[in-house]
Design a protein around this ligand. Structure first.
Ligand code: PLP
Length: 389
């Protein structure tokens, strides 16, 4: 039986997959089982931040595998301590809770926000405002938080206490903040799954100002935008803002399952012994991978290069007649097309050796942060050819 048939007979059919069996990767290219090579402009949805099997990352991960693969959180490990220390320093946060995915990082953020409010104000102040068109994950609570009706089917009842505000609508925000039960506003600075849409600076300013006045926490879901994707360590830095709580996952450990919920001083004491946990959270192997990512992302000039490569992609695509508009920041790029369908473009790109993503009606690019100009040129040549056909 071939891989696809075997796969489909036993793996639940919860994804629409391309009929392609990925076999290996090196640098920013990967190969399928037939030996066809692809330039990767998707990096496993922004996750393989250093590309495939980066040497230093692989060495660090393998060394950890051979030393201590897991210990549970009953004990301390030096590698988790190192990663927490480095991550908090890099991001400017006081403390971190480690988990294994974006949804879990957001679950933690929701719990921190609700308990912060409970500890200080008592019962009833539990509502979290999220934005229309947001995406926060697939667990029941994070689905409830997700502001897209398409996700609110089948799995009733959803979790109470989430209210949506239209992104960039300050009046709507003001009106909904009148509700005395609100404890937090949760946002993506650049909505990723929702179509690579950056929030307006004015709206972000209003969120912070209005929340500060009422001791309402701001939660930044940086699962997709964090750890260098935008050319800053956090997308919040592009807006000159620091949320009370920031969540990370996707690119944080270079392709290993890792999520982090970072909190400022004010929220650092909220989770006390027994209030939250994760068996795999802070796993030593994932932490070793995360340290290797930080080594690279914090190296001299790295983030400036991410910005420049983002500009290069934008300047090349701007010359293409089929491109209607470009969105996003740094190496997070949304491409609005004039006439073509984004999914058709992604399918054709695949056939010609280029992996791209889509988000809503747009083509979405999330290349590895380490991609070279030659690889960008090769990939863009394929993409632009398809767009101009
Ligand atoms: C991908 C994503 C999530 C969910 O992350 P998982 O690791 O799939 O749970 C949450 N928020 C944002 C902004 C994301 O892009």
């Amino acid at each position: 039986m071939n891989t696809i048939d075997k796969f489909n007979s036993h793996v639940m059919q919860s994804y629409g997959r391309y009929p392609l069996v990925m076999e290996e990767g090196s640098g920013r290219r990967c190969k399928d089982e037939n030996g066809m090579e692809y330039i990767d402009f998707g990096s496993g949805i922004g996750t393989n931040s250093l590309g495939y099997c980066d040497e230093k990352w692989a060495d660090a991960v393998c060394a950890q595998v051979r030393t201590l693969q897991h210990s549970s959180n009953y004990y301390y490990t030096a590698v988790q301590a190192d990663f927490a220390d480095r991550l908090c320093n890099a991001s400017g946060y006081k403390s971190v809770f480690f988990c294994n995915s974006g949804a879990e990082a957001n679950e933690c953020a929701i719990k921190v926000a609700r308990k912060y409010s409970f500890d200080k104000y008592g019962k009833g102040r539990h509502t979290i405002i999220t934005l229309v068109n947001s995406f926060h994950g697939r667990t029941i609570a994070t689905l409830s938080a997700t502001g897209q009706d398409v996700f609110h089917n089948y799995f009733f009842p959803f979790v109470e206490g989430f209210v949506n505000v239209a992104a960039n609508d300050i009046d709507d925000l003001k009106a909904k903040l009148e509700d005395k039960t609100v404890c937090a506003v949760m946002l993506e600075y650049i909505q990723g799954e929702g179509g690579v849409r950056a929030l307006d600076q004015e709206f972000v300013d209003a969120v912070y100002e209005l929340c500060a006045a009422k001791d309402i926490l701001v939660i930044a879901d940086e699962v997709q935008t964090g750890v260098g994707r935008t050319g800053k360590f956090l997308a919040g830095d592009c807006f000159g803002k620091k949320a009370d709580i920031t969540t990370l996952a996707k690119g944080i450990a270079g392709g290993l399952p890792m999520g982090a919920c970072l909190v400022n001083e004010k929220c650092s004491g909220v989770l006390t012994a027994g209030t939250h946990g994760s068996t795999f959270g802070g796993n030593p192997i994932a932490c070793a991978g995360g340290l290797a990512v930080l080594d690279r992302v914090e190296s001299e000039g790295f983030l400036d290069e991410v910005c420049k490569k983002g500009e290069f992609i934008r300047s090349e695509l701007a010359k293409c007649s089929e491109v209607e508009a470009l969105s996003g920041i740094g190496l997070m790029v949304g491409i609005t097309l004039k006439n073509k369908d984004a999914h058709d473009v992604a399918q054709k790109a695949l056939e010609r050796g280029l992996l791209v993503l889509t988000a809503k009606e747009k083509v979405r690019l999330l290349p590895p942060l380490t991609i070279s100009y030659d690889e960008l040129k090769d990939g863009l040549k394929i993409l632009i050819e398809i767009l101009e056909e």
